[in-house]
Write a protein that binds this ligand. Structure first.
Ligand code: ZN
Length: 290
C-alpha cells in the first residue's frame, strides 16, 4: 500500500467521535486503473475516501461495506467497497465524463451525478446484510453521506471530502473527515461544533496547506479535547483472481458460452474493480461449460 492512512479519534469526553484520512495514493490508483476523467476521479475519489473511513467503523475483521451511487447524470453510477482494515476498491460506471467546471470553479461532481440514490450495504456475517438507502442531496458525495448518516443511521455527522486533480490529471491531494455526535452530546458542544464547521476551510485547502489527518482533526476538534486513538494504514487493494473472475463467465447462458467457444479464440475478462485482465483460452472455456 502507499502512504494513505486513517486516524480515529474522540473528543469532548467521548461525546464526539471522529475520523480523518489522507487518500491521495488510493485515489491515484483508482484513476490510473480506470483512466478516469478529472470529474470522475473526484467523484470516485471522494466516495473511496468516505467509504474507507466508514469501513473502519465496522467491528469485524471480515465485515464488508459497499457504497453504491446510482444516478441519472452522465456518470451513471459508482461502486466502492471497503473492509474494516482500510482496504478499498471501486469503479465508475462511466470513466470518461467531461464537464465544464461549476460556478465555483470546481470539478462539477454534482453535475456529473445528477439525481439518484446512495445505497450502503454492510455485510457483517449475519443472515441478511444491512441496507440503507437515501436520495442524493447534492451529488457532491460529502453532503450525501452526511444525509445518509442522519436519516439512515440516526447519527448527526459532519462529512468533509476533497480530491484535488492536477493539471496532468493525476491526483494531487485527496482526503477527508467524518465527525459524529453521540446521542448524549450536550447542546453546548453541538452549538460550538456547528459554528466551528461552518468556518472551516475546504478539505483540499487544508491538505494543500500540508495538514495531515491528525492536524485536520486538531483544527476542527482541538478546542474540544481531541484524543487520537488509532492509526490505520489504508490503500486501494483488489482481491480479484482468475477463479473469481471466471464466476462472471459461469453466469453466461450456455448458448452464449457455446458461441464464444465456437469462435475458437481466447477471451479476456477484466476485473471491474481494478481492470486487471484475465485470459481464458478455448480449453478453459470448454472446461467451464461442463
Ligand atoms: Zn481486481
Amino acid at each position: 500500500m502507499g502512504n494513505d492512512y486513517i486516524v480515529r479519534a474522540t473528543a469532548a469526553d467521548s461525546q464526539i467521535r471522529a475520523f480523518a484520512i489522507t487518500s491521495r495514493d488510493m485515489v491515484e490508483e483508482a484513476h490510473s486503473a480506470h483512466g478516469t476523467s478529472p470529474v470522475i476521479t473526484a467523484a470516485l475519489g471522494r466516495l473511496l475516501s468516505g467509504a474507507a473511513m466508514m469501513g473502519v467503523m465496522m467491528k469485524g475483521e471480515k465485515d464488508l461495506l459497499t457504497v453504491q451511487v446510482q444516478c441519472s447524470g452522465p456518470a451513471k453510477g459508482l461502486t466502492v467497497t471497503a473492509d474494516s482494515g482500510g482496504h478499498v476498491k471501486g469503479f465508475p460506471m462511466a470513466a470518461d465524463v467531461e464537464l465544464p467546471l461549476n460556478e465555483k470553479g470546481k470539478l462539477d461532481v454534482g453535475g456529473a451525478l445528477g439525481a439518484g440514490v446512495l445505497r450502503v450495504i454492510k455485510d457483517m456475517g449475519l443472515k441478511e446484510p444491512y441496507v440503507g438507502q437515501t436520495v442524493l442531496q447534492t451529488g457532491e458525495i460529502a453532503e450525501d453521506l452526511t444525509y445518509y448518516f442522519a436519516t439512515s443511521e440516526q447519527i448527526p455527522s459532519a462529512v468533509g471530502l476533497g480530491v484535488l486533480v492536477d493539471r496532468d490529471r493525476s491526483v494531487k491531494q485527496a482526503g477527508g473527515f467524518i465527525i459524529q455526535l453521540m446521542p448524549f452530546t450536550s447542546d453546548e458542544v453541538i452549538d460550538r461544533l456547528e459554528k466551528k464547521i461552518t468556518e472551516l476551510a475546504s478539505v483540499t485547502e487544508m491538505l494543500e496547506e500540508g495538514n495531515t489527518p491528525e492536524q485536520i482533526l486538531e483544527i476542527i476538534l482541538g478546542e474540544f479535547g481531541l484524543e487520537i486513538t488509532d492509526r490505520i494504514e489504508a490503500g486501494f487493494c483488489c482481491d480479484c483472481s482468475k477463479e473469481r473472475v471466471s464466476r462472471a463467465i459461469a453466469t453466461l447462458s450456455r448458448k452464449d458460452l457455446d458461441d464464444i467457444i465456437n469462435e475458437g479464440e481466447a477471451i479476456e475478462v477484466k476485473c471491474q474493480f481494478c481492470n486487471q485482465a484475465y485470459h481464458f483460452d478455448v480449453d478453459e472455456l470448454k472446461e467451464m461449460r461442463k
